[in-house]
Design a protein around this ligand. Structure first.
Ligand code: FRU
Length: 441
């Protein structure tokens, strides 16, 4: 473990607290204090990760259909209105997903990823409508996950990760060189008897880049696993009406070391040591405030949550608001746990009162949905929608002889029941099914 004395921020807060007891708090102090909201997923909490009946998804039937037979299809998200409800355009539901030709190997798809569009009238039978943008205009060598928002004027805002540069692309060791930036473009949307069409493609622009302080840059990255500044999720806080982008990041220079709180409480720390190398697992969930209606001007804020010393990846983070409870969900892998810890590929959740409230791990450990033990990689990239339907894709399920069948298509939709700090997987829907859902509230 890197030893470093208390961070400057902590010192400032201490000074502020002392000062606040004697004087009135100046705005500068107030700002420093309120920026220290970052919740922690500690090693002590993650050590409790243990799938149960309530957190294990049913086994996926290997006899599945392909939603787009010539494409690998993975990370998926529906078109949502600004308030989080499902957009329904003249009776059509729309979804986006990462796609790559099946002629490529399963493992080669990440470097050829594009964003494809799907539409459906009943939310069960989806038509693949191809890639809605001009690849030459899009940013990045590949386009990774995102979200999509339909605004009140009928504009579709597609948020995505622009990964790598088109010029001088080299597949060799790309994961150490491909910069990730958060980008967007816009479209008009219309429908006719031939389905849904996105037209009038707007400019593609970068809206967020890692700052090095709260969020690690590529140059700072120092882990065996790829760094992250990706997977934007557009979120409107129903209680304030303010817009945000939530994303997957890594701790920047400000917090890139294991603090006692990253390990656990005092009692726990007396009896637990941290294996060497754990500090290289420095995941966080970032947030940026949106400053304009077009979502082109943003301000990076300190992360909502960090898993420094616990887990390297908190991918595709997203928020679901249920009454007073703000549920922050993310997906993570077995291989991204820091040394000395383990857990399944699954959905992890943290609940707090308010967006910047302190977020505690669901079910004490954080685990909300795990793949079943017999098929530990059967699905991935779950997204919990505001009414708690959970979509995902079929990844690498195993048959009864232990043979893997590559998926690359929509998985059966699950439903998770949220009850304060606990949850339960309650029901399985049809593959790719998305029922209309309302706003976060
Ligand atoms: C999750 C993920 C995302 C990324 C995409 C790239 O499945 O790792 O974080 O955007 O896959 O393929």
């Amino acid at each position: 473990m890197k030893t470093r004395n208390k961070s400057k921020l902590k010192k400032l807060i201490l000074t502020a607290v002392v000062a606040a007891n004697c004087l009135s708090v100046t705005p500068a102090f107030a700002e420093e204090i309120s920026s220290d909201y970052t919740s922690i997923w500690s090693r002590q909490q993650a050590e409790k990760v243990m799938p149960t009946d309530k957190t294990t998804a049913p086994k996926i039937d290997l006899d599945f259909d392909l939603v787009a037979p010539d494409q690998w299809v993975w990370d998926t998200w529906p078109l949502q209105n600004r308030d989080g409800s499902m957009a329904i355009v003249n009776g059509y539901r729309v979804a986006f997903a990462l796609v790559a030709p099946r002629s490529l190997g399963w493992g080669e798809r990440h470097t050829e990823a594009r964003i494809g569009m799907f539409y459906s009238k009943n939310g069960k039978d989806w038509t693949y409508a191809g890639i809605p943008y001009d690849y030459n205009k899009a940013l990045g060598h590949m386009q990774w996950a995102g979200t999509a928002m339909l605004d009140d004027n009928g504009k579709v805002h597609l948020f995505y990760t622009a990964t790598g540069e088109k010029t001088n692309w080299d597949n060799n060791g790309w994961d150490k060189r491909a910069v990730q930036r958060i980008a967007k473009t816009t479209f008009d949307i219309h429908t006719d008897k031939n389905g849904v069409h996105l037209t009038n493609e707007g400019k593609h622009q970068v809206i967020l880049e890692a700052d090095g302080k709260y969020y690690e840059t590529l140059a700072q990255a120092n882990s065996p696993i790829i760094t992250a500044f990706r997977d934007p999720f557009f979120f409107q806080d129903p209680n304030t009406g303010k817009d945000y982008i939530i994303f997957e990041g890594q701790a920047g220079s400000d917090r890139d070391f294991i603090k006692p709180e990253n390990i656990g409480d005092e009692e726990y720390r007396k009896t637990h040591s941290v294996p060497a190398g754990a500090e290289l697992y420095n995941g966080n969930i970032g947030i940026a405030e949106v400053l304009d209606k077009d979502v082109t001007k943003l301000k990076l804020l300190p992360p909502l949550l960090e898993s420094v010393g616990t887990n390297h990846q908190m991918e595709r983070p997203h928020m679901v608001v249920n009454g007073d409870d703000y549920y922050l969900f993310t997906i993570s892998h077995t291989f991204t746990y820091a040394p000395g810890l383990t857990g399944p590929d699954g959905v992890y959740g943290f609940v707090g009162k308010g967006l910047f409230g302190s977020h505690k791990p669901m079910n004490e450990s954080g685990l909300v949905i795990a793949n079943p033990k017999e098929s530990p990689y059967q699905a991935y990239s779950w997204m919990v929608l505001p009414d708690q339907q959970v979509i995902s894709f079929i990844n690498e399920p195993k048959d009864e002889n232990g043979n893997v069948k590559f998926g690359g298509t929509f998985a059966p939709t699950l439903k998770v029941k949220l009850n304060g700090e606990t949850s339960e997987v309650v029901k399985e829907g049809k593959a790719g099914e998305i029922k209309p859902f309302g706003a976060n509230r």
